[in-house]
Write a protein of this length. Sequence first.
Length: 255
Amino acid sequence: MLFGMQTANLSAADCDFGCDAACDCTTACDCDTACGSACDDAGCLASCFDKLCLFSDSNIRFDGWINAGIIGNSDSPTSKFNGPYNAVDRSNEGMLNQIYLVAEKALPTCGHGIGGRVDYLFGEDYHLAESIGIEKDTDGSARWNDEYYGSAFPQAFVSIGNQELSLQVGHFYSVVGYEGVMAPDNFFYSKSYSYQFAGPFTHWGGQVNWNPNRAWSVQLGIHNGWDAFDRDTDNPGFIGKVRYDSQSSGCLLYT
């Protein structure tokens, strides 16, 4: 279950990207809000595209969701374990996967600014977002979470720059893979085995994000390995991603 709202109705002529004097940097109307901005024939149109934005005057957004479900297993194992798996791994019983909360201060569209984000997760998916040295000891053992339900902080980072070019430092989701921890980003309730074994969930480090236009995005960073803040042996690594999205190369219609 997601709580959110979409209130913008934009035509192709209304869409733009980045900073231009006609709309985004106009001082007469507040276009650079945490909820986003768009242009209409009269000038600026403040809008919330995807999320429920609270306290928009302070440029801080609070939102979240609740994710739960059930997975059936005709074998009905007495252990109720659907392994080998790292998510939705209980058979024939309801699972509270995520109570997920977000506090975020967005970067401006124009000029430069300082932003940040903190995510909190409670539920059975907590182990997907744990970090060695925070929720886990340096040897990988649990610090405060039990076997089935627990708490974790999947993201906690500070960013500087703007929506086009920024640097973020702290704890953030990995750019690797097409599935993620956050439930709204996944099409299916269950996950693929490659999600469990083929890549990291989060990183601690720094990452540069560059969005030269709607279609292209580039992300380059240095991190302390997979899902690790502090280990017995820390080894820095490099991560990078270049993406081209043909569907975003022109203006999209949001309703």
